[in-house]
Design a protein around this ligand. Structure first.
Ligand SMILES: Cc1cc2nc3c(=O)[nH]c(=O)nc-3n(C[C@H](O)[C@H](O)[C@H](O)COP(=O)(O)O)c2cc1C
Ligand code: SF4
Length: 663
């Protein structure tokens, strides 16, 4: 009989009624998993540079373990070689020596403390590795496509054997540390996938050749680990279902499905269905990919193997996996970024608190930071990376310290600050001249390629504001007099930015409009449009108008368009700008606006005309309004979000949260 580690009864959970398929048990190997939820392995760069587990990582994992309500919770992939060629991240956990076992044990205990199933992942990063050394290892010497990665050199036959043994020994350490289930990561260009792929494996020995030969290393690892850990520890593997590497002659989908079958035959107890490579030119998880887009690949995997199939990849809402499981097209819902953004996401689903979920906005900042050797943080979750630090949790205020707080602005910074301050016990009033919550996100969310998902942040904040008793005064413009009359104990100015005017000569009758009016559809624009400002808001507006058939040009002062967007998402915008024929003149200003044309001036003084009938202002400045009167009244005050320095949704949320903690 399969072993059940912890008893869970979901019959009283509202989410289990709504999504019955997610809360059914499933057997994996000889282990019974109480539900169909898995926190997928996530590097976080929180560990020390020698690979030893830190307090930050333990606290981070404990929070995710609570989130899976009894399901699978995987720690990040560990590297396994003392030469550190397999280490892909400066803070990646190591497991190449018994010295690592005590730290790993802390992680397994933290996961068990939440009565979840502890998963241990083996991940030699292969082509994505060698972060701290000069060169990495792989099946063959194939030049890197991305400059950020180190050169790779072909492993000798003996080194391949040694690498297989390292997997086996690391798996044993994982079991000694107390983990219940082992997984091999063969995704996105890491070592196992390098062996499997015709792009990177050009070997002529038993570890190369046709797809069977290229699968040999994987097969030996699965067989070796299975034999070493015994029948009670299930073993799974994450494998590409589509490499999306056609342009460099990567595996065909048929070959990928053969790797699934070989893994099953070798003894794998489940397959995690993944897709894409770091080196692929196709996006798979950015916001422009519709949610649920890839579920058909899990279905295809199920048609090829009998063992359970798990899958993540933009499956952010529970109805997708619930429906797929019902149809027999998936077995387990894997979640990564949605639980970086909100560690309790599936728990809230179970408890019927979906409106309290802080949704991931698929910006990929978390990934971008890993590749810049920085600890992972989240665009939308200010607590991420600080789970171990008590200063980052809202602390109740003493009765005598309770304040009446006036927050001016119901955008993301104001709302974030409002619920945090209210949660701590302050009396919080939010004012906004508009009748709606959301500030400039109301307009930003009109941009194409998934930006409507930005509103999930506002919806979450609204729910929490209501929960903690924030009082709203909408349709009310705060004036200096109001502040003097109300005399609150603290004022938070979350008024949003001021839009910069043009400094050059503007001819009479020239049509100059504001980006917010354009995005809200309140003004008509002509056929030849110039968006002034080459940051994210300008790009969003340009793409929005281009989709309406307008000819759009970007002119802005930043050195590159979208310089405020993280590199793991910016490349998407660059492609869309090209596809839409949108030219970006960067490091430039508008010197003159005449009837039907503008004069653009480059940073080195070169001038040229551009045809144009409408100019849209998207450049922003800090907002100084109301500051004088709060200073004059001597009221404790804070300026947050774009009112302080125009930036992005992330800065607004983080500013609001931190000030909410301090008031
Ligand atoms: C920051 C970050 C770190 C990741 N680290 C790992 C890892 O250690 N091992 C692994 O197999 N996959 C890793 N992944 C891939 C995820 O487990 C997951 O498959 C992918 O993010 C798609 O799922 P999602 O759309 O739910 O985020 C990582 C992803 C992210 C965003
Ligand atoms: S950083 Fe962005 S992609 Fe990563 S979890 Fe947070 S919101 Fe999602």
């Amino acid at each position: 009989m399969a072993k059940l580690l912890f008893e869970w009864d979901y019959s009283s959970y509202p989410g289990a009624q709504r999504y019955p398929n997610l809360f059914k048990p499933i057997q994996i190997g000889n282990l019974m998993i109480p539900n169909r939820i898995k926190y997928a392995a996530t590097e976080d760069n929180f560990n020390d540079h020698q690979g030893f587990v830190t307090d930050a990582d333990v606290a981070y994992m404990r929070a995710r373990a609570e989130g899976v309500v009894g399901g699978l919770c995987f720690m990040q992939g560990v590297y396994m070689d003392p030469a550190c060629k397999g280490q892909g991240y400066v803070g990646q956990a190591g497991a190449w020596d018994d010295r690592y076992i005590p730290g790993l044990k802390r992680l397994a205990e933290a996961i068990h403390g939440e009565r979840a199933v502890a998963g241990f992942q083996l991940m030699d990063c292969g082509r994505v590795g060698a972060v701290e050394v000069e060169s990495g290892h792989g099946p063959s010497t194939v030049p890197q496509r991305l400059r950020v990665f180190k050169p790779m050199f072909e492993m000798t036959h003996a080194e391949v054997k040694e690498m297989i043994q390292q997997h086996v020994e690391a798996a044993i350490r994982g079991v000694k540390a107390g983990f219940d289930i082992i997984e091999i990561s063969g995704i996105v260009g890491y070592l196992i996938s390098n062996f499997l792929s015709s792009y990177t494996n050009r070997r002529t020995d038993e570890y190369g050749g046709d797809i069977r030969g290229r699968s040999q290393a994987m097969i030996e690892i699965i067989q070796g680990v299975k034999a070493a850990v015994g029948p009670d520890i299930p073993l799974g593997i994450r494998l590409c279902s589509e490499e999306l590497l056609n342009d460099v002659r990567g595996n065909t989908p048929e070959e990928s499905m053969m790797t699934y079958k070989f893994a099953e035959e070798a003894g794998a107890d489940y397959i995690s269905c993944t897709l894409g490579w770091q080196e692929s030119i196709f996006p798979v998880i950015s916001r422009d990919i519709p949610q649920g887009n890839w579920l058909y690949l899990a279905k295809r995997a199920k048609e090829n193997v009998k063992i359970p199939v798990q899958m993540a990849y933009r499956i952010f809402l529970p109805h997708f996996p619930d429906g797929a499981i019902a149809k027999g097209e998936l077995d387990i819902w894997e979640i990564c970024r949605s639980m970086i953004a909100d560690p309790l996401m599936p728990k809230k689903v179970a408890e019927g608190r979906e409106d309290e979920i802080r949704h991931c906005v698929a910006c990929n900042l978390c990934l971008a930071r890993l590749f810049r050797d920085a600890p992972m943080t989240c665009y939308i979750n200010p607590l991420c990376a600080h789970e171990h630090d008590p200063r980052f949790y809202p602390q109740p205020v003493k009765e005598e310290d309770k304040k009446k707080v006036m927050i001016v602005g119901a955008g993301p910074s104001g709302l974030e600050c409002a619920y945090v301050a209210a949660q701590r016990g302050h009396e919080v009033h939010v004012y906004d001249k508009r009748n709606e919550l959301g500030g400039t996100i109301l307009e930003a969310s009109k941009a194409p390629y998934g930006d409507d998902e930005l509103m999930t942040c506002i919806n979450y904040q609204q729910t929490l504001c209501n929960k903690f008793g924030v009082q709203f005064h909408l349709g009310t413009e705060v004036t200096d007099e109001m502040i003097s009359d109300e005399l609150p104990d603290a004022v938070v100015l979350a008024t949003g930015p001021v839009y910069s005017r043009l400094t050059g000569k503007v001819a009479e009758g020239a049509k100059v409009v504001n980006i917010l009016e354009v995005m809200a559809g309140k003004v008509e624009v002509g056929e030849n449009v110039i968006v002034y400002g080459n940051r994210k808001p300008g790009i969003g507006c340009a793409l929005h108008l281009s989709k309406q058939g307008k000819k759009v040009t970007l002119v802005g002062k930043e050195k590159s368009a979208g310089f405020d967007v993280n590199p793991s998402f910016k490349w998407r915008y660059m492609i869309y700008l090209r596809q839409h024929g949108i030219m970006a003149y960067n490091d430039c200003d508008l010197e003159e606006v005449n009837a039907g044309e503008v004069i653009v001036k480059t940073y080195d003084g070169y001038r040229f005309p551009l045809k144009c009938d409408t100019i849209i202002l998207s450049e922003r400045q800090a907002n100084e309004s109301l500051k004088k009167s709060v200073l004059a009244e001597g009221i404790e005050h804070f300026v947050i979000g774009d009112a302080l320095v125009p930036r992005n949704l992330s800065s607004a949320v983080h500013d609001g949260y931190r000030v909410g903690l301090r008031i």
